[in-house]
Write a protein that binds this ligand. Structure first.
Ligand SMILES: [Zn+2]
Length: 258
């Protein structure tokens, strides 16, 4: 059956598309034969779990994989490219635009997905369209004339999660994958989405603000920025409300399994 591809909008045989790249699930499976996915407020899912659904045509699957995923997955995985410091790491030879759009492509897929696992991402039609356009055109700039850029409104921060108390070992931290959480962010009149992957927490801040000036001046800690190097701050799991919440729900869920 031919259906409309969500990226090129052409009628085609659609592939079973992964929302969170397959490669992230593969890595988890390799570790100990099962994967662990944290879902806030729900039981942790283990086993071979990797939600997918008809979404993209074969060409668009290839397009995402070649243009974004090959590079995007390597960025957080290639530790030889990290310069490690006590409270942060530096990622060298960083391709900002490519990596930013890689992360947007994950959020976009979660937003348009019908799978109940991704109900936590409730985007809007206009935002989804904007994401689609930027991904398809491989450009963060939305409008040539106005010079508007997507990263003016959606600011992405990444932190490396650590636990100095030693309660949660780094080996465990590095193999966790969470589902998306969506939160209203009153501080900047916007919405926040986040998920954790391979030792990092990725936060998307959709900024509305009172006016354009406010949106332009909003900066987040450990925000991705243009440039050939990217500084990623470390965050103590025990110091972050978001993370302690996520980890507590995981620990609770693992208790239920025993
Ligand atoms: Zn397509």
């Amino acid at each position: 059956m031919k259906r409309i591809c969500k990226l090129c909008l052409q009628k085609s045989e659609l592939q079973q598309s992964h929302i969170i790249p397959k490669s992230y699930f593969k890595k988890l499976k390799k570790k100990d034969g099962k994967i662990m996915v944290i879902q806030e407020g729900k039981k942790t899912i283990t086993g071979s779990f990797s939600p997918k659904e008809p979404m993209l045509c074969r060409e668009c699957e290839q397009f995402l994989s070649i243009n974004y995923e090959h590079y995007g997955i390597r960025v957080l995985r290639d530790h030889t490219n990290f310069r490690k410091n006590s409270d942060h790491i530096i990622i060298a030879s960083f391709q900002y635009e490519k990596f930013y759009l890689f992360l947007i492509s994950i959020l976009w897929r979660a937003s348009i997905a019908k799978h109940t696992h991704y109900d936590t991402v409730q985007g809007t039609k206009s935002l989804d369209d904007l994401f689609r356009l930027c991904i398809a055109q491989k450009k963060i700039r939305i409008n040539k004339l106005s010079g508007f850029r997507l990263d003016l409104f959606v600011k992405i921060s990444i932190f490396r999660m650590v636990d100095s108390t030693g309660n949660i070992s780094d080996e465990i931290i590095k193999v966790l994958l969470s589902n998306f959480t969506q939160r209203r962010a009153d501080a900047f009149r916007g919405t926040m989405w986040y998920f954790i992957v391979e030792g990092f927490i990725v936060l998307y801040n959709l900024c509305v603000g009172q006016n354009l000036h406010e949106v332009k001046t909003l900066k987040f800690l450990s925000q991705l920025t243009k440039g050939s190097h990217q500084k990623i701050m470390k965050v103590e799991i025990t110091h972050s409300k978001i993370l302690t919440g996520l980890f507590n729900s995981m620990i609770e869920a693992s208790k239920q399994e025993d």
